[in-house]
Design a protein around this ligand. Structure first.
Ligand SMILES: Cc1cc2nc3c(=O)[nH]c(=O)nc-3n(C[C@H](O)[C@H](O)[C@H](O)COP(=O)(O)OP(=O)(O)OC[C@H]3O[C@@H](n4cnc5c(N)ncnc54)[C@H](O)[C@@H]3O)c2cc1C
Length: 543
């Protein structure tokens, strides 16, 4: 996409360049994000500016809608087919919707499997990389290939009290073989493990032989080609690439299932689910209840899908990203994470757990498990020691800032450093004040967060008093200090799990600039935007 976008931005392209091109843009967005469907809007505008003709108005999907982005996508697709039908009827299949009408289409999964007879089975852990790169149907999202390295868990400590209503853990990992260099603000990607019993249940349900040796490749490509490298046990393949017991399948899974249902009533139900009228019910049954592939297959016992289709349609087991919460200068052979263990209850009162966070929480350092991991740059660049910082990180948003402060504390021993003020937020002082001693230590005795060094540490306990107090309230309370540091050239870093927090915090900054600088709200908004443009206002938010 970056290459495509850069290409489209070339100055040499005239406003008639796409004169004969018809296009349609639909964005898969989430209105929780401040820059909701930003890419879609930019792309649409650029294509139009280059002379392209929009077939229909751009669609803006929103995952926050009651039936997800599909609520907007379905009617948009119907309009698209109608419009295309008007433009070039001879090129299109008949029918107003996107359902597969033709059973012959269903005979053609995009992957092929080769079965092998060799004895030489690759072991679980060293095989991860090659197995990960074997998922030919899903290669676009699989940019991982081999992991950067393997980590060994050495500490798994609770940071919250048992009755706090939250479970946040501090994890310490050590490099197993070679250490990878990382910077503060970087991201660690973790491939979660799956429940063994669930993997076995899936294999049994689908009548598969767990011990068969397979290679998987895109259809039409020989098995030594791009898709797979060496034969692997089917069970290992399922365990490391197919999310069978956590993620919900997409609607296409149900469309394909109906062709393999032998019981009439199951086929009818699947047909309904796959139809536009059944969309909302499917959304309630599937996504809202976070129904897993294993659960869906159990609900439709007559369906036997071939392995090729399962490989293509079962959601890929995805890596999860975590902000690294340590500084490598302070812990040369280690990586630390701060992880909130996700759990919730569905509308039908089914208890659900986040796959990766609950898997990590259950790991015991004594089990000596090796975790395949990848290191990535996130959206928080490593600050230089001379840069004043205003950090806002409620909850697990404090993770990257723990690394920043460790690093700066170390630097302060040898060079002069710029001040940092940090705004932290949690529910209660007693229950979920993550790393309390760490922050308090650094805000005393000339520590990097102490007022004597020009720093500061401010906490918002949202539930310790009748009215709610959040980080944005604390920012406003210390408006003068915040402005002084901004005027000295400070960079702003905001991190945390996505609610309205980044938007509310940005509004607080705008108010501060307006009040302290005695300028209009519009000027303050422009001021913060300029800060962002010159790379001094960073947000890393996750859902
Ligand atoms: C750049 C970045 C940095 C991150 N840093 C951190 C970090 O430092 N610490 C941290 O803890 N996390 C962090 N995350 C989030 C992390 O990657 C995972 O998303 C999180 O741990 C949950 O993963 P999981 O596998 O446990 O849950 P999943 O199995 O992925 O389940 C999570 C999904 O479950 C659903 N869900 C969750 N709660 C509810 C609910 N109440 N109601 C309905 N549905 C719900 C949502 O669809 C949600 O997306 C970061 C994410 C990004 C992108």
């Amino acid at each position: 996409m970056k290459v495509f976008w850069r290409f489209l931005l070339q100055k040499s392209l005239s406003q008639h360049w796409l004169k004969r091109v018809h296009y349609a843009v639909f964005g898969l967005g989430d209105s929780c994000y401040q820059k909701y469907n930003f890419v879609t809007k930019k792309l649409d505008k650029r294509l139009m500016d280059l002379g392209g003709k929009a077939i229909l108005e751009r669609g803006l999907g929103d995952d926050q809608q009651p039936s997800g982005y599909e609520g907007t996508l379905d009617p948009w697709l119907s309009s698209l087919w109608r419009m295309l039908n008007m433009i070039k009827p001879e090129l299109l299949p008949s029918g107003p919707d996107v359902l597969i009408q033709d059973t012959t289409l269903i005979d053609q999964p995009k992957v092929q499997i080769t079965y092998h007879n060799i004895e030489n089975v690759v072991s679980h852990s060293s095989d991860t990389g090659s197995v990960r790169s074997m998922h030919p149907g899903k290669s676009s999202s699989n940019r991982n290939g081999y992991p950067d390295c393997f980590l060994k868990l050495v500490k798994n400590l609770p940071l919250t009290k048992p009755n706090s209503g939250k479970d946040v853990r501090h994890f310490e990992f050590e490099f197993v073989s070679h250490a990878i260099e990382y910077d503060t603000g970087d991201i660690l990607e973790v491939l979660p493990g799956q429940d063994s019993a669930a993997v076995d249940a899936f294999i049994r349900r689908c009548n598969l032989d767990p011990d068969s040796l397979i290679t998987v490749s895109p259809k039409g490509m020989d098995c030594n080609g791009h898709g797979s490298r060496m034969p692997v046990k089917l069970r290992t393949f399922v365990e490391l690439t197919m999310d069978v017991a956590s993620a919900s399948p997409r609607r296409y899974f149900f469309e394909v299932m109906r062709f393999f249902a032998t019981a009439e009533h199951e086929r009818e139900r699947l047909e309904y689910f796959a139809s536009p009228e059944g969309r909302d019910d499917l959304y309630q049954y599937n996504q809202k209840e976070r129904r897993t592939v294993l659960e869906v297959l159990k609900d439709f016992p007559s369906v036997q899908m071939p392995l090729e289709w399962l490989i293509q349609l079962v959601p890929m087991l995805k890596k999860r990203e975590f902000s690294i919460s340590s500084s490598q200068s302070s812990h040369p052979n280690q990586v630390h994470l701060t992880v909130s263990v996700v759990s919730w209850t569905t509308p039908y009162k089914r208890k659900k757990k986040g796959l990766c966070s609950s898997w990590l929480a259950a790991l015991d350092p004594r089990d000596a498990v090796s975790l395949p991991v990848w290191f990535q740059k996130g959206s928080l660049p490593t600050p230089s020691p001379s840069l004043p910082l205003i950090l806002v990180g409620p909850g697990t948003g404090c993770a990257p800032f723990r690394g920043f402060i460790e690093e700066r504390a170390l630097q302060s021993k040898t060079i002069s450093i710029a001040p940092i003020i940090f705004f932290f937020g949690c529910w209660n002082e007693d229950g979920d004040f993550l790393y309390k001693d760490f922050w308090l230590n650094h805000s005393q005795n000339n520590g990097v967060l102490s007022e004597s060094t020009g720093g500061g540490f401010y906490v918002a306990f949202s539930r310790d008093q009748p009215e709610k107090v959040y980080v944005q309230h604390k920012l406003r309370e210390h408006s003068g200090r915040v402005w002084n540091l901004l005027a000295e050239g400070a960079s702003v870093y905001i991190a945390g799990s996505l609610t309205k927090m980044p938007t509310d915090v940005t509004s607080a900054f705008e108010e501060i600039v307006s009040k302290e600088n005695d300028v209009s709200k519009e000027d303050a908004v422009r001021w913060i935007r300029a800060l962002e443009k010159c790379g001094k206002y960073h947000i890393e938010a996750w859902s």
